[in-house]
Design a protein around this ligand. Structure first.
Ligand code: SF4
Length: 238
């Protein structure tokens, strides 16, 4: 979901260090500030990697991105949005035909049902416009908190919460920004912890960090600029 402009940058390799945990609230706050500054420096210009030209297309692409790569979704959506160019056109789609159109994104029957359900709801209750509040978006089929946060943050610039995907889940645990496992609880921890003007950008940055450096298996700690702040048990020490 995130795309960095400096994606090809090579980070110098240094031996990862053992780092003590912060002991006081002031130390924890200073550490968090350094983590945020480090992410800003690493990924100053990240944005959503799902191609879209309006909020509806972003919502549809985000629904399609469940259990699927953004690259795959970006291959499917140009033809999809050409065939169904409006919310109304999607609402009138045949579910079987739509399922075949999006087959390569996986879980295509459920996704087709969600897309048509979302389009119908938006036509019926929101005059064909994607709503701009979390409460309304959560009533749209296929839009749980993560999808709604993506749409509100990227399409409308509204910081309603923090997108928690598998990368954000893993990395906020590694960085000890949460002790929770469930995305909804992790999001609540991050909402409390992060300044609101970081809520949107933070997820894009962490998703990119999770794809490039703090990967799930064998994180590249030697290349990690956050190494001096990280005391994760997952850390790969030299
Ligand atoms: S790559 Fe991940 S685990 Fe390794 S030092 Fe960086 S944040 Fe910690």
């Amino acid at each position: 979901m995130a795309e960095a402009l400096n994606a090809n940058k090579v980070h110098p390799v240094t031996p990862p260090k053992k780092v003590p945990k912060p002991k006081t609230a002031a130390e924890r706050k200073a550490r968090l500030d350094k983590i945020l500054a480090g992410l800003d420096k690493l990924y100053p210009n990240v944005t959503c990697a799902l191609h879209h030209s309006n909020a509806w297309e972003l919502l549809a692409a985000t629904i399609l991105s469940a259990q699927c790569t953004d690259e795959r979704v970006n291959k499917v959506t140009p033809g999809l949005f050409k065939k169904y160019p409006t919310v109304a056109a999607m609402a009138a789609a045949s579910q079987d035909e739509l399922a075949q159109d999006i087959r390569s994104t996986g879980f295509f029957n459920n996704k087709a049902k969600s897309l048509i359900g979302a389009a119908k709801k938006i036509m019926a209750d929101y005059k064909g416009e994607v709503p701009k509040s979390m409460d309304e978006l959560l009533l749209v089929p296929g839009a749980a908190r993560k999808t709604s946060n993506v749409v509100l943050g990227v399409a409308f610039g509204i910081a309603s919460g923090v997108v928690v995907d598998t990368h954000v889940q893993r990395i906020t645990q590694r960085l000890d920004l949460t002790k929770n496992e469930e995305p909804v609880k992790i999001e609540q921890d991050l909402i409390k912890l992060l300044p609101q003007d970081h809520w949107i950008q933070f997820s894009h940055q962490v998703i990119h960090f999770g794809r490039g450096i703090c990967v799930a298996r064998k994180p590249k700690c030697g290349e990690c600029p956050l190494d001096p702040l990280c005391y994760s048990a997952d850390k790969v020490l030299a």
